[in-house]
Design a protein around this ligand. Structure first.
Ligand code: SAM
Ligand code: SF4
Length: 518
């Protein structure tokens, strides 16, 4: 297509876009989508459970089609990211693809030619935020019909969400899911030249696409996906339906990525997966677990290695032994417990009891005496009794978590827990969350006090958000430290003497002679 044809097509597209937005969508149009591009599918746990034996395809051939390589010249993209690190990292991949297509990034919606909302489905309020944002973007689209607005990420994998967007938000141009990010160039092309909303959501359980470009946020810390999906099927959780089956990247691809990051000067990697310690369980030709991977990464010359999230059920003795070697394997472990009651854990399908969790904590502390533990907790699971909630409170004290992400249970369509009748009033759930947070904050503040007067190693990330004259970074145990020091320390690991402890951060003074040359 030559420039003139492109312009003409663009002109037609603008007019059609305006037409589409002005008219609320007709049922005919929606029906057409469902027949052609999108097959209506509610999250179906029975079907999802059957997928475990499906073979995973590895694809190493990603490239941007020739006609899309310069399509973004003089154009800008903006990606809003909601939810977990997995989504943040997917955004880095999409930013990489846009950059290879010639686009540059912007943070201003009014400057953007493409806006993507990379969404999270984990709780209802996360979804509400996205629908709020979709509404806010409508005037922009009316002003600039050539603007492409897309919705991707976990919400796009839900039938009810796609249905709602098709029916009520015709200013959206593009919906795609978590399994076809690598199709972004094709999808953008279709969205540019089609008169209709493009919906491409694969219910397929997912392959592994290697060699995708990435534009990482920062040059000091990096995320590295080691596996995708989840087969745990906790009864409250939508992730197994939105992210597909558990599938591990090949060890050599992960190790190569980490080595490449070292060569680029990165100082810290966080290995990512919904259940990192289920890594390797899906290999048919290889007996290689998460412990083995950590052992191999331990030998690489990168100062700091973290991982998230680990599941108590898969935390085996081999992994504990490997972590006990220390060195670059940091002794901060995020180990979501969800509840302190064995009965609730059973209803959640977590497959461990309170006692088993406590035994695991004991083993970890025996092997790694200074290990710091943090966790995730859900309060107000359907029919959780006062006594069961109190068991969560006592477990939090007993383990001495130094921080916790705490949530009120949110029913998710298609999950088994969402079908349960719930006799716990919302007000009671809120009070439980309040009490739990008070306890967690108290423990966090107490743990911070133990650092006063001590010297800690800090990976310096940059200037503090509140004061550019102050530097900020994290300790090995993920504590935020604000301190006085020279800008030359940014990107390095320095020693800082702690002078003040706050609930969620520490203040200190850098020990100048102790800048490590990395
Ligand atoms: N795979 C990780 C694990 O099992 O520990 C967690 C992944 S999930 C993105 C993060 C946290 O969200 C979970 O640990 C859980 O506490 C919380 N969560 C998941 N589904 C939820 C729901 N329906 N309502 C409230 N919190 C939920
Ligand atoms: Fe969700 Fe459970 Fe899988 Fe974590 S392990 S992602 S909570 S189903």
């Amino acid at each position: 297509m030559n420039e003139e044809q492109r312009k003409q097509q663009g002109q037609i597209k603008s007019e059609l876009n305006i037409e589409r937005i002005k008219n609320t969508s007709s049922d005919d149009m929606i029906a057409k989508y469902f027949q052609t591009n999108y097959e209506l599918q509610a999250p179906d746990i029975k079907k999802a459970r059957k997928r475990r034996n499906e073979e995973v395809q590895f694809n190493y051939d990603f490239s941007i089609p020739e006609d899309m390589q310069a399509i973004g010249k003089d154009k800008k993209f903006l990606i809003r990211t909601y939810g977990c690190q997995m989504n943040e990292h997917d955004t880095e991949v999409m930013a990489g693809i846009f950059t290879e297509m010639g686009y540059t990034a912007t943070t201003e919606v009014t400057e953007a030619d493409i806006i993507l909302l990379n969404t999270c489905a984990i709780r209802e309020n996360a979804e509400n935020k996205v629908f709020g944002e979709i509404g806010h973007l409508k005037p922009l689209k009316l002003e600039n019909p050539d603007l492409i607005i897309g919705v991707c990420g976990c919400m796009s994998q839900e039938e009810s969400v796609v249905d709602r967007i098709l029916k009520k938000h015709q200013h959206i141009d593009l919906i795609f899911g978590t399994h076809n990010i690598h199709r972004l160039p094709h999808l953008i092309k279709e969205a540019m030249f089609s008169k209709e909303m493009i919906v491409e959501v694969w219910s397929k359980e997912g392959d592994i696409i290697e060699n995708l470009p990435k534009v990482r946020k920062g040059k000091i810390k990096a995320w590295v996906n080691i596996m995708y999906g989840c087969d745990k099927f906790c009864t409250y959780c939508i992730v197994p339906m939105t992210r597909g089956k558990e599938r591990s990247r090949r060890p050599e691809d992960i190790i190569q990525e980490v080595r490449h990051l070292v060569a680029q000067g990165y100082k810290e990697v966080t290995l990512l997966g919904q259940n990192v310690n289920a890594y390797g369980k899906d290999f048919e030709d290889l007996d290689y677990t998460f412990g083995d991977l950590m052992n191999d990464i331990h030998k690489i010359d990168i100062p700091r290695v973290r991982f998230t999230t680990s599941h108590p059920r898969d935390f085996d003795d081999h992994l504990i032994d490997v972590l006990a070697q220390g060195g670059n394997l940091l002794d901060h472990i995020h180990l979501p417990v969800q509840s302190g009651s064995s009965e609730v854990l059973k209803k959640m399908n977590r497959k461990y009891t309170r006692e088993e969790y406590l035994e695991l904590v004991r083993k970890i502390r025996e092997a790694i005496p200074n290990a710091t533990l943090t966790t995730d907790i859900i309060v107000g699971f359907p029919n959780e009794t006062d006594e069961q909630f109190e068991e969560t409170m006592t477990l939090v004290e007993e383990v001495g978590f130094e921080a916790a992400y705490t949530f009120i249970y949110s029913p998710r369509e298609g999950t088994p827990a969402a079908r349960k009748k719930d006799d716990v009033p919302e007000e009671v759930k809120k009070q439980r969350l309040y009490r739990l947070n008070e306890l967690v904050n108290k423990q966090a503040a107490e743990s911070m006090l133990t650092y006063k007067g001590k010297t800690v190693k800090v990976l310096v990330e940059g200037e503090s958000k509140k004061n550019p004259d102050i530097l900020a970074g994290y300790t090995e145990k993920s504590k935020l430290v604000n301190f006085n020091g020279p800008k030359s320390a940014i990107g390095k690991i320095v020693e800082v003497k702690i002078t003040k402890a706050n609930t969620w951060s520490l203040n200190g003074e850098m020990i100048e002679s102790k800048i490590e040359v990395n």
